[in-house]
Design a protein around this ligand. Structure first.
Ligand code: G6P
Ligand code: MG
Length: 212
């Protein structure tokens, strides 16, 4: 029996995935590293330093830890500037309705984003009150596709993993949900999110009664 729904943030509740993409593209261009759609899909859901390492590997570039930290800071400063403008209007179609419906029907709601900017984005979107638990990315040792963040969220909410639905737009995120032994809803394209239990085009199609 389903008792909780755990959402990813970027690309699921709001379209910040595009801002992360813009930040990484800016760095890749600067370093003359080709940045295609496939690489971008690989980066979705992946923490900041691991993302940079993947981009550098693509360009066969080796940098010191100090230089890598500077690049991460540069990408984040760019991202932070972009998300300053976020308001409630930036919730993706269906997101608010899904949260309201889940709350009204007594489901627990969690947020599992590895983004260190997640709290600030949630505040700007004005949806903090909906969540029974928001994972602090700083407390997570192994990012997605490791299931740690989803398992930690379920534990904090007080439900078993098999009583949870996870909602994700990233390949790494779907893998994390499945490894956590949860039901996985993909938001996006079926041909990309092949491991998801079901794939919806957007949260507009989210219907908890049909799922349970
Ligand atoms: C999310 C996004 C990734 C992003 C990561 C880290 O998982 O999907 O694209 O790289 O968070 O975000 P941060 O804000 O900590 O750099
Ligand atoms: Mg995402």
């Amino acid at each position: 029996q389903i008792k909780a729904v755990i959402f990813d943030l970027d690309g699921v509740l709001t379209d910040t995935a595009i801002y992360h993409y813009m930040g990484w593209k800016m760095l890749a261009d600067k370093l003359n590293i080709p940045f295609d759609e496939a690489l971008n899909e690989e980066l979705k859901g992946i923490d900041r330093m691991t993302s940079l390492n993947k981009i550098l590997a693509r360009g066969n570039i080796d940098l010191s830890e100090d230089d890598k930290n500077l690049l991460c800071d540069e990408k984040n400063a760019y991202y932070v500037e972009l998300i300053k403008k976020i308001t409630e209007d930036d919730l993706l179609p269906g997101a608010k309705r899904a949260l309201i419906e889940l709350k009204n029907k007594g489901y627990k709601i969690g947020l599992a984003s590895v983004s260190k900017n997640a709290f600030s984005v949630v505040e700007s979107l004005n949806i903090a009150n909906f969540f029974d638990y928001i994972v602090d990315a700083r407390t997570i040792n192994r990012g997605k596709p490791n299931p740690e963040i989803f398992i930690a969220c379920a534990e904090a909410i007080g439900v078993k993993c098999h009583e949870c639905i996870g909602v994700e737009d990233a390949v790494a995120g779907i893998e994390a949900i499945k490894r956590a032994n949860m039901f996985a809803i993909g938001i996006g394209r079926r041909d990309i999110l092949i491991k998801a239990d079901i794939v919806l085009e957007s949260l507009k199609d989210f219907d908890i009664d049909k799922l349970t």
